[in-house]
Write a new protein. Structure first.
Length: 71
């Protein structure tokens, strides 16, 4: 199981370690994250999404038909 706790100061880290010692929790792994923000990859804008419109035009589906197929 993984729990992520973000702490801003060293005093808070010390308090957390004291709490873990009091609770006798010894299986703790500390990982320091980089200060960089997560990188966001922009999508491929060259793909024409219009080709997806109307793919069911010749084969219309009702909500009942969709529900049967999904269960």
């Amino acid at each position: 199981m993984k729990i992520i706790i973000e702490i801003d100061s060293e005093s808070e880290i010390e308090k957390l370690f004291v709490l873990l010692e009091v609770l006798t929790i010894n299986t703790v792994k500390v990982v320091f994250a980089d200060d960089k923000e997560s990188s966001i990859t922009k999508g491929d804008k060259t793909i024409d999404g219009k080709s997806l419109f109307g793919i069911w035009a010749n084969n219309p589906r009702s909500t009942e038909c969709l529900r049967k197929g999904s269960w």
